[in-house]
Design a protein around this ligand. Structure first.
Ligand code: BDR
Ligand code: CA
Length: 316
């Protein structure tokens, strides 16, 4: 698996879940500007891998801004550093010299079997994969993204943050996508969209933070992340917990029975000032357009939380 992300509290936990699962071979972490600047998302990815004792996993930074729009960040939620909560620590190493797209290309060329891509930030790097690595699409098993919503947005009434930051990149990805298990790589990359219908049910609370706090170095670190992240969601939305959006992508790959998904046609709004970044998902097949993604609609929250807590507690 290659995990493309913008850490970010929930991205950080997604990285940890991928590292902790024995069946996942995390080949690289690539970073994109989103929650905070590229410099900070890259530093955070490196830092998280240090924390879990995996400084051997390559990190490469990708695009530092969306395709067309100016970069808007979510520093209000994640802090200027992107990982508000724990005390800042500098990573033990720099990122690779090569840009993310080159690293992804080389991994796809070298891989013995198809590679799964996971994207938990804006889709700017993934649009590059679609456009620039066409010759390697048959080596991509599938792409699982956290992004979008069938119903309401979270960053605007119409749009979810990751898609809203770079709707033009998302448009490229969704136009060249297919439902997993249908068609062939020539038809596009198999795409699963884990949106807010799913991730808003995937929350952890202060109690989970307290349980993790005593499980060791990583547990303490995650607890401090949750202290900030859960607190933000309590204050801003009045929710009991904080949704660990990005970790659901990894959980879905570990256990495909956790998330219920349906094939749908999804188009991205790139023009309307009111609705830009909306994932227009044809839930009831009213357009007659072919489905281009499996879209998550629900999750077994209890099993998700059990899996996440078990795996994170197992880290150093
Ligand atoms: C998404 O936005 C970011 O703030 C989170 O990391 C997640 O990927 C949720 O809308
Ligand atoms: Ca993210």
């Amino acid at each position: 698996m290659i995990l493309d992300c913008d850490p970010g509290h929930d991205d950080a936990i997604a990285i940890m879940l991928a590292v902790a699962d024995p069946a996942i071979d995390l080949l690289a972490v690539t970073t994109v500007a989103g929650n905070v600047t590229l410099e900070n998302t890259t530093r955070n990815a490196l830092r998280v891998l240090d924390m879990v004792g995996r400084p051997d996993i390559p990190v490469a930074s990708g695009r530092d801004r969306p395709r067309v729009r100016d970069l808007s960040t979510a520093a209000v939620m994640h802090g200027e550093s992107g990982l508000a909560g724990p005390l800042p620590v500098e990573p033990s190493r720099p990122a690779l010299d090569a840009p993310a797209i080159d690293v992804i290309e080389q991994i796809l060329i070298d891989a013995d079997e198809p590679v799964t891509l996971v994207a938990t930030g804006p889709l700017t790097n993934m649009a590059d994969v679609v456009e620039r690595l066409r010759h390697l699409h048959s080596r991509i098993r599938e792409l699982v993204i956290m992004g979008g919503a069938v119903d309401l947005g979270n960053w605007t009434p119409a749009a979810e943050f990751n898609i809203w930051v770079d709707p033009h990149a998302a448009d490229i990805v969704f136009r060249k996508a297919r439902v997993p298990g249908q068609g062939s790589p020539a038809d596009g990359i198999a795409l699963t969209m884990i949106g807010l219908e799913v991730t808003h049910r995937a929350w952890l609370t202060d109690e989970h933070a307290d349980l993790l706090r005593s499980t060791g170095r990583t547990g303490q670190f995650v607890a401090e992340l949750l202290d900030h992240f859960v607190g933000f969601h309590q204050d801003r939305f009045g929710w009991e917990g904080g949704p660990i959006h990005d970790a659901v992508t990894i959980a879905h790959l570990i256990d495909p029975t956790l998330v219920a998904a349906l094939p749908m046609n999804v188009q991205i709004e790139t023009e309307s000032p009111l609705c830009i970044g909306r994932t227009v998902a044809d839930r009831w097949s009213v357009t007659g357009l072919p489905a281009n993604a499996a879209v998550g609609l629900d999750i077994d929250r209890d099993r998700f939380v059990t899996l996440l807590m078990e795996r994170v507690s197992s880290l150093p």
